[in-house]
Ligand binder design. Sequence first.
Ligand SMILES: [Zn+2]
Length: 332
Amino acid sequence: MTVSDNSDGTDTDDEESESEPELRAAIAPRDYDLLTAMQKSIGNASSTCECCGKVVDGHDLDEFIIGEFTRVDFSDENHVLLCRDCHDRPDWKERVKASRREQQINSRLDKVIHWVSRPPAKTLFVRRATAGLALLLTATAFTTTMTALTSGLGPLWDYATSLNYRQIAYIVGGALVAGYWLHLNEREQHDNRGTTVRQYDFTDSPWSVLGVTTIGFTGASAIAYSLPTSRLWILALCAYLSCSYFAFTRLETAVRADRCHPRVNWIPRYDRELFGLRMSVLVGLASLVLGTGLVAIVPAVAITAYLVARKWHDLGENWELLYYGGDSRGDD
Ligand SMILES: [Zn+2]
């Protein structure tokens, strides 16, 4: 039993792809275990070759190979159970992709289910929230119409104006926050997506961006608090919005990069660190818009606490990073 390392299907030579520069930064996440990944792909494929359907039950370890679509992805989906014959075919990737597509998406309903359930999808939470809200709206519209029709009441407008929209906003907002926590919790347990080069290249320096963002949050909060009626408030809001954008995108990169880095003694959690940090940004944004300027400082405090805490961990057992930190990127 072996894991094939060919990166683009044009070669089966293990050594050749080492020279490709884009692959150097691929570092497995700490919780990635090759044996577990192999066992999972054997289980997922029910011990049949994903290309030709031949049963490879594992009695003979030389009978099968775990192939990989690409070397920079450590997700379960990236591993493919193949018999020896199929692994030698030049087109096994296309065949496996076609067969997976056939198995998964046969109807429109399958497509919808796939759209809201595919674990490595980057916009999974947005997809689910959209689907949930659409479902809620449809159900509400349906019951409202039915109630109005059956009770013989007048126009729907009367009913619509009688609704307590503030209460509805609180309930939907609360449901979204709770849903987001559950989503991050699920990521924490199942997501191995933390390794593709584009997203997790440490030369991105997500931590430096967060440091600058913190200064931006502080400045914008100070302006908004001290000059609440001035036109500068608009400027502060714009600065705050830009900082929120960078914080939202870079927070996840920073958390994931910390999880991947083999030499850093710091393993953050999505459902704890990421949830707390992102919620602090939302709270700050809401407070600024509602006019309570001082609370807008919350994300700056939270992000600073995160940066200090992770640095504290780094320096605990890996104090040599102080001297070699810059050189340790991307190797081993
Ligand atoms: Zn086969």
